[in-house]
Design a protein around this ligand. Structure first.
Ligand SMILES: Cc1cc2nc3c(=O)[nH]c(=O)nc-3n(C[C@H](O)[C@H](O)[C@H](O)COP(=O)(O)O)c2cc1C
Length: 327
């Protein structure tokens, strides 16, 4: 399935505000959607399924087109951790089926068991994957698209090169491809499109927004960090995750544990372990492109401008395939 045609009119640029533990809540999702960027959050950010129910009602009301919300509103999505250790999986799934957000993004496990009910409810299903093996399994199980988690992504990270990952799938797969990892501006969004992705997935960039749930100190640390300050650790959830070195050092972890050839150390994911570590300062390589904490209205404007600027730059009278700027 390709990106729904109607979304082209609803998106200011082909971008998703990615779901982030302890960072994405209703304010971030609503602000992103109202400003033309797909807004998403993990269901576990709500403290209970009842709170999730209230969040989804609030988000639906605030993103409904009314006189005060008159321009097109981008879709909204929820991230559901489908790992067996998620004690709320069944309750949160039922809640999503009742509220019918336009998109559900599954992560940390096989989406197979939830695709049927989600499709029956008319919800588009994307599976978050970090390897070709998992990508093919998700495609076989019938997802509408994939989120390709690549190297440098904030939080639980991928290890694959982003361009290689998209190219390995794009020629044979006509479903939706979303590229995640290391994208903080409109130039990066265009790079994702040029590689063959339909959408770019921006996490770290949205930590440093006024609507995020991150503390002021965490937002500022993201603004001040460069990609050299990002280290990979399994301390957070049992899977390899990118976090700010300053947070690890403040918590007495000075060295990133060694990782295997696939980038993971295979200690195994556990949802309760992830949720038992609130206020982790996770962030990815894209911190280098973040210079201020912004309102999402300003960020959306900036991203759209950069996206246009990047296209214009590439179209500047190329001579023999080489842009004038490089001669
Ligand atoms: C602080 C933080 C928390 C995250 N939490 C989740 C999560 O709960 N579920 C999920 O699927 N991905 C999570 N991610 C991954 C993002 O959804 C996304 O894939 C990633 O941020 C993209 O890379 P970028 O940070 O370089 O933009 C998290 C990322 C960050 C930075």
């Amino acid at each position: 399935m390709a990106l729904p045609q109607a979304w082209h009119q609803r998106l200011r640029l082909p971008a998703v505000a990615a779901p982030m533990t302890d960072v994405s809540g209703p304010d971030l999702v609503i602000a992103a959607a109202v400003h033309g960027i797909i807004g998403t959050f993990p269901t576990h950010n709500a403290k209970s399924t009842d709170e999730l129910d209230a969040w989804l009602s609030h988000i639906a009301a605030a993103t409904k087109r009314t006189d005060s919300v008159s321009s097109p509103v981008a879709p909204v999505g929820a991230n559901l951790v489908v790992h067996r250790s998620n004690a709320r999986l069944s309750g949160d799934l039922d809640c999503l089926l009742r509220h019918r957000p336009e998109i559900v993004i599954t992560s940390v496990g096989s989406p197979a068991a939830v695709i049927g009910p989600l499709h029956d409810a008319g919800i588009l299903v994307l599976a978050d994957v970090a390897s070709l093996r998992h990508a093919y399994k998700a495609i076989e199980s019938g997802v509408d698209g994939l989120v390709l988690l690549s190297a440098g992504a904030g939080g639980q990270t991928g290890w694959a090169n982003p361009v290689s990952f998209v190219r390995a799938l794009r020629n044979d797969y006509d479903g939706i491809l979303v590229l995640a990892g290391g994208i903080s501006d409109g130039h990066g969004v265009l790079a994702a499109r040029a590689a063959g992705a339909d959408l770019a997935y921006l996490g770290t960039r949205f930590i440093a927004t006024t609507e995020s749930l991150a503390s002021a100190e965490y937002r500022q640390a993201v603004v001040e960090a460069t990609l050299d300050d990002i280290v990979s650790s399994v301390q957070v959830s049992g899977l390899s995750a990118n976090v700010l070195r300053s947070w690890l050092e403040a918590h007495g972890v000075t060295q990133a544990p060694p990782t295997g050839l696939d980038g993971n150390t295979h200690t195994g994911f556990a949802q309760d372990r992830l949720l038992a570590q609130p206020n982790v300062w996770a962030a990815g390589h894209s911190v280098s492109g973040i210079d201020a904490v912004l309102d999402i209205s300003v960020l959306a404007e900036r991203l759209a401008h950069e996206y246009q600027q990047a296209q214009d730059l590439l179209l500047q009278a190329p001579v023999n395939g080489i842009s004038r700027r490089w001669r």
